[in-house]
Write a protein that binds this ligand. Structure first.
Ligand code: NAG
Ligand code: NAG
Ligand code: NAG
Ligand code: NAG
Length: 340
């Protein structure tokens, strides 16, 4: 049988078959780099289309890429759009079926500072293709914001996006249908620490009618119950509370049970925080390159990869492990069930 395989399959074909099912073969490791961008590319965020393709927001250039995780051959990430008059992309959220909102603005990966007033939110619509590319249009210039970062839709069918402002330490509510925006949540728990850099609330996602958020350098994961409907949709209905003092946290994703998988840029770990606040380090730490520079993550959406957490990185531009070189931002497939 071995000889038959060898005769029938050219090595390159066999390679394609193997690389077409990353992290799914019994022998494949639980943590696999499936794609790497050119050196010094900072991937800041990720969303997954219903067809399984990954959308990758670059922060070191104003570019949105798409990658098929089932066949991520070198160079196969497709540039979908370069946004004008901006230096990079931050949060991303699906607002309608196969329509995504993307945060665009100026944050320097050299000085680690924002340009207040430079931030806008755009719509990327895969239901209306032009030349095989999604139609892109601006939703709003959020000129009063200082640094728009993580973003989530308030609830399925809602017109509201909640967007973390990491420098002002507030959450903006943007109506993507009318382009109106205002501050909807504010708390000392969202305020930035002043060092090492001014960066407070970072990732934000909704679970069980609460808004959960990381505070980067105050080093905790917190939540507040909110109302999902009506004119006050998005506003607090209870107290702000710390879920876990878990250290540095960037963006994160929930599983169906409400466990949060937190990317720990710049401290290079991947954590699981349970709804009760129990913290488990799944991978990495400040001395490990396994998920070095991890900024955000998202679960696969097809039967083949629904247990795979796709983690994206900045290649160590921030959080570089001592004694290593900066690399290109990576997409890492993590089989979380294998790590528990
Ligand atoms: C943001 O950066 C872009 C590209 O360098 C520049 O064209 C634009 O003027 C900047 N925006 C602001 C508000 O400074
Ligand atoms: C959802 O919130 C309710 C009310 O706060 C709480 O009793 C319940 O335990 C929460 N469920 C989960 C899965 O966290
Ligand atoms: C990283 O390495 C340093 C130096 O060896 C050590 O002091 C520190 O405890 C290590 N940290 C972790 C999280 O392993
Ligand atoms: C990537 O670029 C940085 C900065 O120029 C450099 O220090 C590093 O060696 C490069 N990495 C690789 C793998 O070439």
């Amino acid at each position: 049988m071995v000889q038959l395989w060898q005769t029938l399959l050219l090595p390159s074909l066999l390679f394609n078959i193997i690389s077409a099912v990353p992290a799914l073969l019994p022998s494949s490791p639980a943590i696999r780099t499936i794609y790497e961008f050119p050196n010094e590319t900072w991937i800041e965020n990720i969303a997954v289309r219903s067809n399984g393709n990954l959308l990758l927001n670059i922060l070191s250039s104003p570019d949105l890429y798409e990658l098929s995780p089932l066949n991520p051959t070198p160079g196969s990430a497709k540039l979908l759009h370069t946004f004008p008059f901006a230096t990079g992309l931050a949060g991303i959220a699906e607002i309608e079926s196969d329509v995504f909102a993307v945060v665009v603005g100026n944050w320097s990966v050299e000085t680690f500072t924002t340009t207040p007033g430079s931030w806008s939110v755009w719509k990327v619509d895969f239901n209306h293709l032009w030349d095989n590319l999604p139609q892109v249009s601006k939703i709003a210039d959020v000129t009063k914001a200082s640094f728009l970062n993580g973003m989530t839709l308030l609830a399925p069918g809602s017109p509201y996006l909640l967007i973390a402002d990491s420098v002002l330490g507030v959450v903006w509510r943007l109506n993507y249908l009318t382009s109106e925006y205002e501050i909807i949540l504010e708390s000392p728990l969202m305020q930035p620490a002043v060092s090492p850099i001014v960066l407070g609330i970072n990732g934000i996602h909704i679970f069980n009618s609460s808004a959960y958020f990381t505070n980067s350098f105050k080093g905790f994961f917190a939540r507040v119950p909110i109302t999902l409907d009506g004119p006050n949709a998005g506003s607090a209905t209870g107290v702000y509370e710390i879920v876990a003092n878990n250290g540095v946290g960037d963006d994160f994703a929930f599983d169906r049970e409400g466990n949060a998988y937190i990317a720990q840029d710049p401290s290079d770990g991947l954590q699981l925080v349970s709804p009760e606040g129990k913290v488990t380090l799944l991978a990495g730490n400040t001395n490990s390159t396994i998920v070095e520079g991890d900024t955000a993550d998202a679960f696969g959406r097809t039967k083949l990869d629904e247990n795979i957490l796709y983690v994206v990185t900045n290649g160590g531009i921030a959080g570089r492990v001592a004694g290593t070189q900066i690399t290109g931002g990576k997409v890492i497939a993590v089989d979380v069930k294998e790590l528990l």
